[in-house]
Design a protein around this ligand. Structure first.
Ligand SMILES: Nc1nc2c(ncn2[C@@H]2O[C@H](COP(=O)(O)OP(=O)(O)OP(=O)(O)O)[C@@H](O)[C@H]2O)c(=O)[nH]1
Ligand SMILES: [Mg+2]
Length: 395
């Protein structure tokens, strides 16, 4: 059962019922039966994590099949992270230490493993020993220069549990897992064709298309939920450069976009962009926000800006001097002062209605606030565009 007095909607059958009801109820020119909220932001800013939290809050969590797929993802995250750290340690000159008697066999075991392998007890033991070693710790401390997921330490610290034969991912593990979102499946839009019979006739086809595919994409790209008696569709897109041109496809949905939840990672100020390691992540995020929120297509949608990963930011500023990394920042390494600086800077870049929140996507209370504000913005939006003309390019 979902919380907040909401109606739980399973991803498949219940979602289809929801769509069918909404489609039937919609009258031409009338109030739409549900409103669409779009999640935007650069890669790894936390969009899918917000969507997962909403699924936990409003659908009551994940099914056993979904959890099994997340288990694979988590194992892949762990193996690829330790391999990246080992490579970095070797490049940083720790190869001799890695060949020491205590580490050698464990290094070999990890290097011989494949990202898609199962995380066995033995491999888990090797990772545990390596995670406690000097070369890997030093590589982790310099990890903002690497492409390693920020949840890696959380996973390594709990490696015994994760590599156990009876391991079953908790909601927290699932929230920490990482898969890049790729694309919006064009078939998903076909569901909105007002032919309920189509939905019925091709039920199995639609069900399979809408199932999360954790192995190849993030899992949730569309999620339906009901809050305060109103229905919403949440669209989660991929944020990496190659994915952004697909953002405009979201305009082809029937109802138009009633609000945007825009994620920016606060902890990205010292990180390098996965797509181009010459670029600072936060600079990319700020410029992308400026462009997107003033583009012809998105500028009128009320925006809830999330300064996300506040927990990581809070930890990071204990050891990294913000003045050195954050252009134009002259204040102290103080959380409130730095957050205000970022909010002011980002708010000044958007001309139309927006509200900013500092969030940690791991924190369900924060996500409850996000839903409250986003649905309020969505309901207050009287300017919803209906689809029809599809834009060609992001300005
Ligand atoms: N500690 C912490 N980790 C977070 C937070 N938000 C997201 N993450 C983690 O950051 C990683 C990336 O998050 P995603 O939600 O996959 O990012 P995304 O914006 O969907 O990325 P793309 O799909 O590539 O566009 C995941 O491992 C999350 O667990 C947060 O507020 N705090
Ligand atoms: Mg994603």
């Amino acid at each position: 059962m979902g919380c907040l007095g909401s109606k739980p909607l399973d991803n498949t059958m219940e979602n289809l019922k929801f769509i069918e009801e909404a489609t039937v109820k919609k009258s031409p020119g009338g109030e739409p039966a549900f409103r669409t909220i779009l999640l935007l932001g650069a890669g790894e800013s936390g969009k899918s994590t917000i969507a997962k939290q909403i699924k936990i809050l409003y659908h009551g969590g994940f099914t056993a099949a979904e959890a099994a797929r997340y288990k694979e993802t988590i194992h892949q995250n762990v193996i690829s992270s330790i391999k990246t750290l080992l490579e970095a340690a070797a490049i940083a000159g720790s190869e001799r230490e890695l060949h020491s008697e205590t580490l050698r066999d464990h290094v070999l075991a990890v290097r011989a493993s494949n990202d898609r392998d199962e995380l066995t007890r033995e491999l888990g033991e090797s990772i545990k020993i390596l995670w406690g070693s000097g070369p890997v710790r030093r590589a982790w401390e310099a990890s903002s220069k690497l492409q390693v997921i920020e949840s890696a330490a959380y996973f390594f610290d709990d490696i015994d549990r994760l590599s156990s034969e009876v391991y079953y991912p908790t909601n927290n593990d699932i929230l920490r897992s990482r898969t890049k979102t790729t694309g919006i499946n064009p078939f998903q839009r076909a569901v909105f064709v007002p032919l309920t019979v189509t939905v019925k006739m091709h039920l199995s086809c639609f069900v399979s298309l809408r199932l999360p595919q954790h192995a190849s994409s993030s899992g949730i790209s569309e999620l339906f939920f009901e809050a305060d008696g109103k229905k919403y569709k949440l669209i989660d897109v991929g944020g990496q450069r190659s994915e952004r041109r697909k953002w405009l496809n979201t305009y082809a949905v029937d109802e138009g976009i009633s609000a945007i939840i825009y994620c920016i990672s606060m902890s990205s100020f010292d990180q390098l962009l996965a797509e181009d390691i010459r670029v600072n992540r936060m600079e990319e995020e700020v410029e992308l926000f400026r462009q997107t929120s003033n583009s012809t297509w998105f500028k009128d949608a009320p925006t809830l800006l999330l300064l996300n990963k506040a927990d990581l930011f809070r930890e990071k500023i204990k050891r990294i001097d913000l003045k050195e990394k954050l252009p134009h920042y002259t204040g102290d390494n103080n959380f409130d002062e730095a957050s205000k600086f970022l909010i002011d800077k980002l708010t000044s870049l958007k001309r139309n209605e927006m509200k900013a929140l500092v969030t940690c996507a791991m924190d369900s209370e924060d996500v409850v606030r996000v839903v409250k504000d986003a649905t309020r913005l969505s309901q207050a939006n009287k300017m919803m565009k209906s689809s029809g003309s599809q834009p060609s390019r992001l300005a």
